[in-house]
Design a protein around this ligand. Structure first.
Ligand SMILES: [Zn+2]
Length: 426
């Protein structure tokens, strides 16, 4: 009997070691994804290209743009070429370009991807005379998908006034501060923002601290990271709605801020975002596979900012969320069997989110802690529970905002209860 028990525990030990040593990427990852030393980028040349007579023009000369080439196929069909920053790469082909014509005309535009097939529903917006645009200005375009070559064709009414076509609403580094202001996230005494460090190309990685806890008071910390993957705009917008709720003037938010410290890094891949990347940073690397080796400056910046809390005598890391997007609303919790402190926060939180949003589908897929992703770094470093929070690419922005805010409210409630329990137990 004793022998059997020993053998069982030995087997468990072997299995867990094995998975730690052998993680080489998820099913959708390209080979060598865990080698996070710099890989070469294929440059995107910034330019305006005109073709045909009368001429149709395109431009990629703005932040977030991705367009590599442009041709006229015939009088009415044009082709836009979209290439990734480097390959192999996951199939999340981001595109964003500006298009106009010397004359009023309609034109079919085929979007042709290298190393990928069409994924994101095209969005159209026309900036007003001041160049400003809000989320509600984006309209989804009808498109014809060709499954033989993975292209999509859209039809546009062109004029001299430029139209913008993009895979998702453009949300670049210059929008971040503006959005934090317009959403009333910054501008309170209890919100501090600073530069946590710099990206590979010298862009700011912003850190927000939200709290009304006195410096000498013992307090738990909620960490939020996001936008490791540039095209994952719905997850990014969800993180901003989340922060909006945490900084609101509700009684719950006030109570939360009087108990908790929030450390948020809403855009940790600013180079990838502004350079119109499909997934990687300017080192050509998937940042969410670099949380073990820390070969990239962006992951190091966040690691260094948060590692300080490890031996802090008044701050206790408590829970962490990493915001992403995919083709469904999906939570990746840490396996329920893995003991964390506090334990199974995600497993307690998800039913509350489901209950408050009964009309929305949420998928839950638990994982072990072997992969070099942000969530697992939080677990391995602090022993806490954490979640990868994936938002549906196609989730409409108003609904996204409501769900995210209600998720923020249920989490604040839950974390407050967990913290009080912990203090009662002690
Ligand atoms: Zn992602």
């Amino acid at each position: 009997m004793r022998f059997v028990l020993l053998l069982t525990s030995l087997m468990i030990l072997l299995t867990s070691c094995k998975s730690t040593e052998e993680f080489s990427g998820f099913s959708y990852d390209p080979p060598d994804v865990t080698d996070t030393t710099d890989k070469e980028l294929t440059p995107q040349y910034k330019r305006v290209i005109g073709t045909g007579e009368p001429t149709v023009w395109v431009s990629n000369m703005f932040d977030g743009a991705r367009l590599n080439d442009f041709y006229a196929k015939n009088d009415s069909l044009f082709e836009v070429y979209i290439r990734p920053e480097n390959a192999p790469i996951n199939n999340s082909p981001w595109y964003a370009f500006k298009i106009w014509s010397d004359t009023l005309r309609s034109a079919k535009i085929k979007i042709n991807y290298q190393d990928a097939t069409h994924r994101y529903v095209p969005k159209l917006h026309r900036p007003d005379s001041l160049g400003s645009v809000t989320l509600s200005d984006y309209e989804e375009l009808a498109f014809e998908y060709d499954s033989t070559d993975g292209t999509a064709v859209i039809e546009l009414e062109l004029s001299e006034a430029p139209l913008y076509v993009s895979a998702q609403p453009l949300q670049t580094t210059s929008d971040l501060m503006e959005d934090l202001e317009s959403r009333n996230i910054v501008g309170h005494d209890f919100v501090k923002h600073k530069r946590a460090g710099l990206s590979k190309k010298g862009r700011e990685i912003m850190e927000l601290e939200i709290t009304e806890v006195a410096p000498d008071q013992k307090a738990p910390v909620l960490a939020i990271v996001g936008r490791q993957h540039p095209p994952e705009v719905t997850g990014y917008l969800a993180s901003l709605s989340f922060l909006e709720e945490l900084t609101s003037d509700t009684e719950l938010a006030e109570q939360f801020r009087n108990t908790f410290v929030v450390k948020a890094f809403p855009m940790i891949n600013p180079d990838g975002v502004d350079l119109g990347h499909w997934r990687h940073n300017a080192g050509g690397i998937d940042l969410n596979r670099d949380w073990e080796n820390f070969n990239q400056p962006e992951t190091r910046v966040v690691r260094d900012a948060l590692s300080r809390l490890k031996d802090h005598d008044r701050r206790i890391m408590f829970y962490a969320i990493d915001f992403h997007s995919t083709n469904e609303n999906l939570f990746y919790p840490i396996n329920e069997e893995v003991k964390t402190t506090p334990d199974n926060i995600t497993q307690k939180w998800i039913p509350l989110i489901k209950e408050n949003n009964a009309d929305v589908e949420f998928t839950v897929e638990e994982f072990d802690t072997s992969s070099p992703i942000a969530k697992n770094w939080f677990y391995h470093t602090f022993g806490i529970d954490a979640v990868t929070y994936e938002v549906d690419d196609r989730l409409e922005t108003d609904r996204l905002d409501e769900i995210s805010r209600s998720a923020a409210r249920s989490l604040m409630q839950l974390l407050l209860e967990e913290w009080h329990h912990k203090n009662l137990d002690n």
